[in-house]
Write a protein that binds this ligand. Sequence first.
Ligand SMILES: C[S@@+](CC[C@H](N)C(=O)[O-])C[C@H]1O[C@@H](n2cnc3c(N)ncnc32)[C@H](O)[C@@H]1O
Length: 378
Amino acid sequence: MAEDSRLNSAEGGNRTLQEQRPLKRRHDEDEDEASSPNKKLDTGEGHSQKVATHYNALQECGLEQRSRSRIVHMRNFNNWLKSVLIGEVLDTLRCDRREVCVLDLGCGKGGDLLKWRKGRISRLVCADIAAVSVEQCQQRYTDMKRRSHPNERIFTAEFITADCSRELLSEKLSDPEMQFDVCSCQFVYHYSFESQQQADTMLRNACERLRPGGFFIGTTPDAYELVKRLEQSDSNSFGNEVYRVTFQKKGDYPLFGCQYDFNLEGVVDVPEFLVYFPLFVEMAKKYKMRLVYKKTFHQFFEEKIKDERNKSLMQRMQALEQYPVEDRGRLACDSVKEYEHAERRAQSTGVSLPLGTLSRSEWEATSIYLVFVFEKTA
Ligand SMILES: C[S@@+](CC[C@H](N)C(=O)[O-])C[C@H]1O[C@@H](n2cnc3c(N)ncnc32)[C@H](O)[C@@H]1O
């Protein structure tokens, strides 16, 4: 992978979010979880169980309800980013392998199933701590298969309910010798940083059954960004109208168990833990994993949007909002302040309208995250 320029190209670029032009078509990708009973959960002994209870209680809601969400474009943007990441890794693997086997660690309700289908993988193992989510994921897979064209060869799949930070997945696999080409851990790994043992077990599950040359990919909050924003705040909390992060205290950031609450417009409200990335990289070496790529969401966007295919996928997925809004349409938020950046851009000479943008609050929320890719060396 290190030699592959697709995932190792230079950082930066001149384009900004505002320069991307959205199309009017509905996106054709699956989505992440969308609504929450908005319960506050405390941590402690049964923390993992509480995560499971929380995710189990999330309601599946239809496309229509999702499209009315204040953060619909941000969720589409996150989905675009996962699609690009997954697509590139699968393309890289396919150069020397026909059959690709994937572990989706913390699969949730199956928000990435369509990505695996598009990536034409052969086998998928989905694992999650939340039994109800796993059931819904399995149902989604069954429905997808049933509706597919008889000539399409859809991957085979198995579904496992397990606390992947405490239990060994290898003991639950239908074939204990199964090997993976990819482990994908999207918006999940930070739950395991409650303790060293949990973080190590999650890492072991992610990596021990990877083939040499296989990849461990994922997305997780960037500890530097979180701490930077916390230190800039007057209190133990920071955020805006779509997200809020609350730490227990400032100035003391233990390597494990550094808890914060992340509330995203009612989507997630369970305790999470800081993942100090240099430590993550060191811990991964135990499983012969080498970091080959790490970018913030912002850097990732700037790098990948240069590719026309990614750009057109972004338009199809409606990952950005159209500004100014078309006749009788509405922006995700009525506040002018949320679109000052887009308005400034729109006023510049030579800019073709409409622009594609995210509201300021959505961009602040999504830019907390980073993307990582590890490769198994032996
Ligand atoms: C934000 S959701 C992401 C779901 C999915 N990966 C996606 O991108 O749409 C986080 C998921 O991690 C799962 N999770 C959290 N802790 C876990 C653990 N210890 N073992 C397995 N899954 C866990 C939750 O149940 C939830 O489904």
